[in-house]
Write a protein that binds this ligand. Structure first.
Ligand code: HEC
Length: 133
């Protein structure tokens, strides 16, 4: 049931609106299938956000472009372009468009981590950004 819902969510390509908790719940359900008992954690999300991965010198961490706090406006570490805050509290459109969220997870995770982010990492990340204050 959840799987069907998730694949419609991400594969349809139709801009379906969702709320940040719905998006986080979708990733958490996927993570729980891979690792039973998984519960998203804002603390783990915070650690992930700040962690420096040894893949890209210019983009060592999510925080390199999104700043130390998801409540702050960021700046692209390479192009210098302004980036609006990631926290829904500061920027209400965040984590409401599943296709956009997937697109940026795909791009940013491969740049920073050198691989895709897991469903667990995404669930933790959204919870952290949503609860940031
Ligand atoms: C090189 C700069 C850069 C880095 C590093 C970076 N991002 Fe981003 N991120 C962007 C830009 C640019 C956007 C799109 C512009 C926007 O939405 O404001 C974005 C948007 C996003 C979004 C879309 C959110 C939404 O609903 O609008 C997510 C999710 C995201 N980033 C996650 C991450 C994660 C996770 C990491 C670390 C693994 C990360 N980003 C690292 C530049 C970066």
């Amino acid at each position: 049931m959840k799987r069907v819902w998730l694949s419609c969510f991400f594969a349809s390509g139709i801009a379906m609106a969702a709320s940040p908790p719905e998006l986080a719940a979708g990733y958490a359900a996927e993570a729980a299938r891979q690792s039973p008992g998984f519960q998203p954690s804002a603390r783990r999300g915070a650690e992930f956000y700040a962690r420096r991965f040894a893949v890209s010198e210019k983009m060592p961490a999510c925080a390199a472009c999104h700043t130390d706090s998801p409540l702050q406006a960021g700046r692209h570490a390479v192009t210098g372009k302004a980036i609006r805050p990631l926290a829904p509290r500061a920027e209400t459109a965040r984590f409401t468009d599943p296709a956009k969220v997937e697109k940026w997870f795909r791009r940013n995770c491969s740049e920073v981590l050198g691989r895709a982010c897991s469903a667990a990492e995404k669930a933790d990340f959204i919870l952290f950004a949503t609860e940031a204050k």
